[in-house]
Design a protein around this ligand. Sequence first.
Ligand SMILES: NC(=O)c1ccc[n+]([C@@H]2O[C@H](COP(=O)([O-])OP(=O)(O)OC[C@H]3O[C@@H](n4cnc5c(N)ncnc54)[C@H](O)[C@@H]3O)[C@@H](O)[C@H]2O)c1
Length: 445
Amino acid sequence: MGEPQRSENAEAAKSEAAKSEAAKPHAAEARASAEVKASDGAEAPDRAPAATAKGTKPPLHVGMVGYAFMGAAHSQGWRTVGRVFDLPLRPVLAAICGRDETAVRAAADRHGWATAETDWRALIARDDIDLVDICTPGDSHAEIALAALAAGKHVLCEKPLANTVAEAEAMASAAEVASGRGQLAMVGFNYRRVPATALARRMVAEGRLGALRHVRVTYLQDWLVDPDFPLTWRLRREQAGSGALGDLGAHIVDLAQHLAGEPLAGVSALTETFVRHRPLPGGPTSGLSAVTADNAGQVTVDDAALFTARFPSGALASFEATRYATGRKNALRIELNGERGSLAFDLERLNELSYHDRTEPGSYAGFRRILVTEPDHPYLDAWWPPGHGLGYEHTFVHQARDLVRAIAEGTRPVPSFADGLQVQRVLAAVEESAGKNSVYTPIAN
Ligand SMILES: NC(=O)c1ccc[n+]([C@@H]2O[C@H](COP(=O)([O-])OP(=O)(O)OC[C@H]3O[C@@H](n4cnc5c(N)ncnc54)[C@H](O)[C@@H]3O)[C@@H](O)[C@H]2O)c1
């Protein structure tokens, strides 16, 4: 409040950016280079200047809905991004929203938000909110995002974009219309923003792998192995849309398609629910943790989803998403094999990328470990000296960086709501195929 409104913000940001560009030699070349590299997060140096004085940049007021697992992760992103990256706008943690007044006020204090709301409609109605960040379960994504876009806000929405294709279609259409008014919408597939996966994308785009033959992806967790783990919202279809498929599968479908550079054409799938009844939660739940009560309820989502898939180029892909991989905590692994080389990434060793260059002499060739901490690796020019690695939370800082830049520059951020809709169509095809005992099911792209 008392600060410039959104349209003025964009203008002021452009004028700030123009001033600093004019001061730089070879600004046009730098801009051209940044445009070419924009898709992998590698751009001209963007470390925040030492004296980023509060108030010298136009503010971008963020209002976030949901304050538990992703609420904490996104808060970390918004709090940190302007202190690390040199952004044209200054993100302001203006308001956090939940339904329980005491809990949301405590979350506001803990995570650094200026004010708290107990109804997301009230948050969206506020004139001082520029961007609505949705960190709630999937059953509320569509309603909140559509209302926020209708109210003139930019939107960041956690994955999966929605619980159904129909909801995702409505969101993608609304985002398309809103983009004509300068409002931007992005979905939170944060694993694109690990420096090593962004580097992998760059290397595939450079042709280092040649024609792709295989994309092999697994996302393994084990928090449901205990049959007494309670029936939280993630195990209820009406709230989560699907189980391991929409939660973990959405991430790996997006990452596989992003790295391969093309959407999937069709799938053959199996899904299974291993434990069909679980105790009800005995109190508040957060992220993957909860306590149990005595009564039991029915699990209405998949526990695991396995599927094979074709890319239009002819490459084959395999996917496995499960919450029953005993001993595996957050094991997202992806390997790409091409005619000229291979790449492999493991989220549990996220500062590394394995690369095999088949054009090297056979006597010396082999998988080499690239330590992805160099300043010319994506996102890393603003962080620590080489060898001082990053972690999970940094993906949310990078997500905030890319979105703030897109808003200031008026370019469409990726992954867009249209990208989120396309992932939703893959998830729907997986469920359809699994329902028909793995019949190959084309994806309507
Ligand atoms: N990108 C990732 O790595 C990642 C990881 C985990 C979860 N997610 C996604 O983030 C979203 C949230 O998951 P989470 O793990 O943070 O869940 P969570 O259970 O930890 O938190 C959900 C929050 O939403 C709030 N909430 C629920 N309904 C609400 C409503 N109608 N109005 C206001 N607040 C409401 C709850 O009070 C809670 O604060 C989901 O879409 C999930 O798939 C993404």
